[in-house]
Design a protein around this ligand. Structure first.
Ligand code: SAM
Length: 235
């Protein structure tokens, strides 16, 4: 047996509506949580019985938005500035022989009402609509390894880009305060990671970037080493 077929058991609902600017791992920012909704025939409350007793889960998913790109034996991790090559299996690149990812996420609650089974999750690194193929509880006794070596990714990536908000952006954020009380913090933390591709970082500073977060098209510009959020418009 060398080929296998797996079913999608659920879908991710995430504030990240496109790949650009998504944190590279879960838990890197405070906000950016979402939901995992199980789909039939896996959306049975019995299938998640006992899961609420775990604080964290492994979710196993398909990199469905990059799978057509295939794979190569070496990749250039963004962490190394996009220059050095590492073996694909030494990285978390999305371009893998089997386009499967795994994220360790906080489980905030399990909701099983109205024929739906929904897992409320903490800070994600997944694009909206990501297909989930398995869920497993995180087992601290076996999986917590504080002494582990992390290779070229030993330390958390820097997220120290200063971010300011124009008056327009601040006013727009204020208008959505009730629905999204942490909207400013969310945008600030996403952009503090400086999601621009490495090859653009030394370029002219006139370029305006945009990303679809939640219901908004967020536009920003980098000037004198500071990210300024220009505005956010509902999409
Ligand atoms: N934690 C997982 C892992 O280690 O397998 C994923 C790490 S991967 C580096 C995270 C990045 O994958 C995100 O920053 C985003 O750009 C990209 N991504 C997220 N969801 C995706 C999807 N469904 N298809 C393709 N790329 C995705």
């Amino acid at each position: 047996m060398s080929q296998f077929t797996f079913d999608t058991i659920g879908l991710i609902h995430s504030p990240y509506k496109e790949k650009f600017a998504i944190p590279r791992q879960p838990g890197l920012i405070e906000d950016g949580g979402g939901e995992l909704e199980l789909i039939a025939p896996y959306n049975q409350p019995e299938a998640v019985r006992g899961l609420e007793e775990f604080s964290h889960l492994w979710i196993v998913f398909v990199f469905h938005q990059t799978m057509e790109g295939g794979w190569r034996p070496t990749v250039r991790p963004p962490r190394l500035g996009g220059n050095a090559r590492m073996g694909v299996f030494a990285t978390r690149s999305t371009f893998r022989p089997n386009p499967i990812g795994m994220s360790l996420v906080e489980l905030k609650s399990v909701e099983t009402k109205g024929g739906k089974v929904i897992l409320k999750l903490g800070s994600l690194d997944l694009v909206d609509g990501t297909p989930i193929i398995d869920i497993k509880p995180y087992l601290p006794f076996a999986e917590s390894q504080p002494q582990a070596r992390g290779g070229f990714a030993q330390d958390a990536p820097l997220a120290d880009m200063p971010v300011s908000f124009s008056e327009v952006a601040q006013r727009q954020i204020g208008q959505h305060q009730q629905r999204y009380p942490h909207l400013q913090r969310f945008i600030q933390q996403v952009l503090a990671q400086d999601p621009r591709p490495a090859y653009r970082k030394g370029e002219s500073e006139d370029r305006i970037y945009a990303v679809h977060l939640l219901d908004f098209n967020v536009r920003w510009q980098v000037k004198n080493g500071i990210t300024e959020v220009i505005d956010l418009n509902s999409v």
